[in-house]
Design a protein around this ligand. Structure first.
Ligand code: FAD
Length: 477
């Protein structure tokens, strides 16, 4: 007999409980991926190319037996199950608003055909809905969520299903990559994800807690594209993190000495290692927190999570927003980030926050416009993390600190890119600008260097304007 395993955001063979469930009992497994226009159309060429490359890698691992079909899953999945006479279709549960609805419809269609949809696992260490506040409501504040998340814990990773037999069915094939121009993408797929993780754990994890906010140093894991498509599961990352940083680990990136046998230097190293590990764990938990928030509030994929700014006055996205999209605002840290987005489909977290603040508070444009542009261009574009990351800065989301935190692009640049490495990397016109002037080139005696624009707004004026609008909205609300 044959079972179908329909992969979506879990493009890997190891630590894949749905695949295990499909292979259990010795069934042959048909591994299916559906190119669903509803998800592919808004993805943008960068994310699509990365997805296709991940699919190609997976197909190689399956000796060319990945069945790729194009169409509406509500039609395609039951048709495939019928073609191989599978009684069960296995999936990892999806918690996004579209995914949940789609899976419900597929389940119904399978049922009318006498077949079953089986959900095993999810793209998260702790699936959305498992945790609740003491009052039984879903979490909306990160810190108590994090505490509960760690207390809950997660299962150990599982290996690839041993000796699984892959069924074959005609495939529509994996499309050729869309034209990417000069965009540089990371290597795709499960092996690349594991290599990236190992490099990170044995390299820039040391010092992560202090350096993750410094975009010039490029010290974060860059695992987000792999997490997006499930080339690696967060459970695997958390287990490897523990292994690499536990005091008795022989795989420790820093030292193999246990704290007991080490002197005070060893203890400090161990404490530093634990600080870095804890910070990294807490970042992985942000991804899970936002998935939880989206699952409990599906409308926040389209609109403000809270009504805090319901009466806020916004401007339409016009010339300033166009300049922002193409890295031409005249504010170096803002432009460097947007140029990196266009060149790599990826931006460090600190710079994503600076971008969001600029759009919402310097341009007074509603967060949804910026979030849409990000989703079009990010290789890791993820509805939950993106939309709630934007809303956190916009003041409409889960941040307890309200709207009046307005990032100053010059002081953000000076603090987080103190040597100007990041802005000079992405803005060639600024390479010869000396010292801290690189963050405010309009103050140079001759103005900004040739080819680099003057600021599109006066930050101090727009900050006052943002606060005035906020006060007015509060009075109205
Ligand atoms: P690391 O620092 O190495 O962190 C490890 C992992 O933890 C990340 O891969 C990611 O899965 C998770 N993580 C880290 N920080 C966050 C965070 N603030 N929120 C949620 N998860 C986090 N992340 C996406 O994956 N997709 C998005 O579309 C996305 N859009 C964002 C938009 C805005 C405005 C903001 C402020 C943040 C956004 N983030 C998004 C979160 C974060 O910026 C990226 O996950 C992170 O920069 C990815 O780089 P990394 O893998 O090197 O992170």
């Amino acid at each position: 007999t044959v079972s179908v395993c329909w992969l979506r955001r879990d493009l890997r063979l190891s630590d894949n409980p749905a695949l295990h469930a499909a292979a259990d009992g010795g069934d042959e497994v048909l591994v299916l991926f559906v190119l669903d226009d509803v998800l592919c159309r808004p993805a943008g060429p960068v994310r699509l190319a990365f997805l296709y490359r991940c699919l190609r890698e997976l197909d190689d691992r399956l000796s060319g037996r990945l069945c790729v079909r194009r169409g509406d899953p509500v039609d395609v999945v039951p048709a495939v199950a019928r073609a191989v006479d599978a009684r069960r279709v296995h999936i990892a549960a999806d918690y996004g608003p579209y995914g949940r609805r789609r899976d419900g419809e597929v389940e119904q269609a399978l049922r009318t055909d006498g077949r079953e949809l089986v959900r095993t696992g999810s793209p998260y260490a702790v699936a959305p809905g498992r945790l609740a506040t003491a009052g039984g409501t879903p979490f909306r504040v990160y810190t108590p969520f994090y505490r509960a998340w760690k207390e809950h814990g997660w299962r150990r990773p599982i290996a690839e299903p041993a000796g699984a037999c892959w069924a074959r069915l005609a495939s529509d094939g994996i499309p050729a990559d869309p034209d990417l121009g000069d965009v540089r993408l990371p290597a795709a797929g499960e092996s690349a994800a594991r290599e990236r993780l190992a490099e990170f754990l044995h390299g820039s994890l040391t010092g992560y807690a202090e350096r993750r906010d410094l975009p010039g140093l490029d010290t974060t894991s860059r695992l987000s594209p792999y997490l997006k498509y499930g080339c690696i599961h967060p459970r695997t990352i958390l287990a490897e993190l523990n292994r690499a940083t536990s005091p008795v680990s022989t795989a420790s990136p820093v030292s193999t000495a246990s704290p007991a046998s080490a002197g005070s230097g060893g203890r400090e190293q161990a404490a530093g290692r634990e600080r870095d590990a804890e910070k990294f764990r807490s970042e992985l938990a942000w991804r899970e927190f936002y998935a939880e928030v989206l699952a409990a509030n599906p409308a926040s994929a389209r609109t403000d999570l809270t009504g805090a700014l319901a009466d806020m006055a916004y401007d339409p996205p016009e010339a300033g927003f166009e300049a922002w999209k193409w890295g031409q605002t005249g504010f170096p840290i803002v432009d460097a980030g947007m140029r990196q987005l266009l060149a790599e489909g990826w931006v460090p977290n600190r710079v994503r926050m600076i971008e969001a603040s600029f759009v919402c508070k310097d341009l007074h444009v509603h967060w949804t416009h910026g979030a849409r542009w990000f989703l079009d261009h990010l290789v890791d574009g993820d509805l939950a993390s993106n939309h709630h990351g934007w809303q956190w800065t916009a003041g409409t989301g889960t941040d307890a600190a309200p709207y009046f935190r307005v990032f100053n692009p010059v002081s953000q640049g000076r603090t987080y890119d103190p040597d100007g490495i990041y802005v000079r990397r992405w803005i060639p016109q600024l390479r010869d600008v000396p010292g801290a002037k690189v963050h405010e080139p309009w103050t140079l005696p001759g103005g900004p260097p040739a080819g680099y624009p003057a600021p599109v707004v006066d930050h101090a004026t727009e900050r006052r304007e943002a606060l005035a609008r906020y006060e007015a909205a509060r009075r109205r609300g």
